[in-house]
Design a protein around this ligand. Structure first.
Ligand SMILES: [Zn+2]
Length: 110
């Protein structure tokens, strides 16, 4: 995947995330769909909302970082070991910043 393709995909992910974050925050400009939320209390709903918001915010940050790496000309290289991230991984996750080994090493450390 070349940088231009990656940028287009990342930018569309970014606007998608912005939209979801707006909905999760209860932005009045993007009314929430209440039909799926009729079960469960408002409290549970708010907790789940908060969790989803955190996931979306984290994802948004990694998308922004990937866009910055495109600007810096180091997109597609693992930020830890500097080897190129496999094409298939970038296809699945264009915002991936690490190769599989470095990512799993990092996740084990947590
Ligand atoms: Zn690596």
């Amino acid at each position: 995947m070349n940088d231009a393709t990656a940028r287009v995909r990342l930018e569309s992910m970014l606007s998608e995330l912005d939209r979801s974050i707006g909905i999760l925050r209860g932005d009045p400009a993007s009314p929430r769909d209440r039909s799926a939320a009729d079960a469960g209390s408002d409290l549970v709903d708010a907790d789940r909302n908060q969790a989803m918001l955190e996931v979306a915010a984290r994802h948004r940050r990694s998308v922004l970082e990937a866009l910055r790496r495109i600007d810096d000309g180091c997109y597609g290289l693992c930020v830890d070991c500097g080897r190129s991230v496999p094409e298939g991984r970038l296809e699945a996750r264009p915002e991936a910043s690490r190769c599989v080994e470095c990512q799993s090493r990092r996740e084990r450390r947590r």
